[in-house]
Design a protein around this ligand. Structure first.
Ligand code: ASP
Length: 352
C-alpha cells in the first residue's frame, strides 16, 4: 500500500507542472498607518502613533504568510494616511505599477492607514493596468494592542494576493475577513474593527486563507480603464476640492476653492446632492467660468440622480452617481487630465 502511494506520488509529480507546487510571489508595499502603529501599552487600542513599524518587522510578525507565498517587503512611505497628498498617491501608484509589470511578481499587498485607504484603493483601481491581484489592507488597532487586528488582516491579504481566483477582480480592500471592491468600499466606523463596508455588499470573504466569492464589480477598472498612471506626468493632479453641504451654506466656500485654483468642486450635498436655492447662482457662475460642478451626496447610501430636483442638463453640472465625495474627487481629477467637457465627465461617472 505504502509503495503504491509512493509510486502514485512520483507519477503525479512527473505529470504536474513545477508551477503547481511553486508558491506565488507577493510583494507587501508598506505605507504606514495604524497597521504599522505602536502604542505605549497593550490597552492602548486608540491612543498610539501611526506609521512606526518598518515593513520587514510587519512581515516578520506574521511568519505564517511565508506558507502562503514568497513574501518580500518594500517600504514605499511611512505616513498616517490622512497626510497623503497627490504627490504620495502618484508616487505609490507608479511603484505599484512597476511591481505589477514584473514577471516574478504575482500579487501585491499594500498596507495602509484606514483613513484614506478607500481613496488609494480606488485610485489604483483606475490607473494601474494589470490583472494581478492588488489588495489594500489596514488595521484599526496598532500591533501593540490587545486583540490587534493587523496580523490576521495581513495574513488574509497575502492569501488573497496569492490566490489565482483573485486575478482580474479589480483592486480589493481586505478588512476584517471581508473582500471589498475598491470603488464602493468606505470607512463607516472610526473605533471598531468592522470599520469598512460597501452599500452593495462585499465581493467575498477570506476564511483560513481561502477566498470565497459572492459577487463581482460590473464597472471599469485596471486593464479596462481609460486612465493609466503611465500617461500622467508630474506629482500633482488637477485641483479638485470638496464643499460639505448643510443648511446655511456660504457662497464663499466655493469661491475660495476657485481662487485657490480648483478646476472642479465636488458639492457633497444634502439628500440627492441638492444645492440650496441661494447657492445655485454661485455654482452656475463657476461652471460658466470653467469650474466643473459635481453633485455628490453627504448621505452614505444611494445614488445621486440627474435632473431630478436640480436641472443638471440646464446648468451643465455632473452627478457623482453612487461614488462618495472623496472618490468623486479623485475620478474628477483624473477625468480633467483628459477632458473639460461635462458630458464626457458624466459618462466617466457612470462607467467607473
Ligand atoms: N489615522 C490612521 C491612518 O489613516 C488611522 C488608521 O490607520 O486606522 O493612518
Amino acid at each position: 500500500m505504502k509503495r503504491a502511494l509512493t509510486a502514485l506520488t512520483i507519477a503525479l509529480s512527473l505529470t504536474l507542472p513545477l508551477s503547481a507546487f511553486a508558491k506565488n510571489n507577493v510583494v507587501v508595499v508598506a505605507t504606514g498607518g495604524t497597521i504599522a502603529g505602536a502604542g505605549a501599552n497593550s490597552t492602548n487600542s486608540a491612543t498610539y502613533t501611526a506609521a512606526k513599524v518598518p515593513v520587514d518587522a510587519l512581515i516578520n510578525a506574521v511568519p505564517q504568510v511565508q506558507e502562503l507565498a514568497n513574501v518580500r517587503g518594500v517600504q514605499a512611505l511611512q505616513i498616517a494616511s490622512e497626510s497623503i497628498t497627490d504627490k504620495e498617491l502618484l508616487n505609490l501608484a507608479r511603484q505599484v505599477n512597476d511591481l505589477a509589470k514584473k514577471p516574478d511578481v504575482n500579487g501585491i499587498v499594500i498596507t495602509h492607514g484606514t483613513d484614506t485607504l478607500e481613496e488609494t484603493a480606488f485610485f489604483l483601481n483606475l490607473v494601474v493596468h494589470t490583472d494581478k491581484p492588488i489588495v489594500v489592507v489596514g488595521s484599526m488597532r496598532p500591533g501593540t494592542a490587545l486583540s490587534a487586528d493587523g496580523p490576521l488582516n495581513l495574513y488574509s491579504a497575502v492569501a488573497l494576493a496569492a490566490a489565482e481566483s483573485a486575478k482580474g477582480k479589480g483592486v480589493m480592500v481586505l478588512m476584517n475577513d471581508s473582500i471589498f471592491a475598491a470603488r464602493d468600499v468606505t470607512k463607516t466606523i472610526n473605533v471598531h474593527t468592522n470599520a469598512f463596508a460597501s452599500q452593495w455588499g462585499e465581493l467575498g470573504s477570506v476564511v483560513e486563507a481561502k477566498p470565497y466569492w459572492f459577487r463581482s464589480s460590473v464597472k471599469r477598472f485596471n486593464n479596462n480603464s481609460e486612465f493609466n498612471i503611465e500617461s500622467i506626468k508630474g506629482d500633482t493632479l488637477p485641483l479638485v476640492g470638496i464643499v460639505y453641504g448643510s443648511d446655511n451654506m456660504l457662497p464663499q466656500s466655493y469661491l475660495a476653492l476657485q481662487q485657490a485654483g480648483a478646476k472642479a468642486i465636488i458639492h457633497a450635498g444634502t439628500g440627492n446632492g441638492s444645492v440650496a436655492n441661494y447657492i445655485v447662482p454661485t455654482l452656475t457662475k463657476l461652471q460658466a467660468e470653467g469650474v466643473q460642478i459635481v453633485r455628490a451626496s453627504r448621505v452614505p447610501q444611494g445614488l445621486v440622480l440627474r435632473n431630478a430636483e436640480q436641472p443638471d442638463d440646464k446648468y451643465g453640472w455632473v452627478v457623482a452617481h453612487d461614488l462618495n465625495p472623496q472618490k468623486a474627487r479623485l475620478l474628477t481629477a483624473l477625468a480633467l487630465t483628459k477632458t473639460k467637457d461635462a458630458k464626457e465627465i458624466q459618462r466617466m461617472f457612470y462607467e467607473y
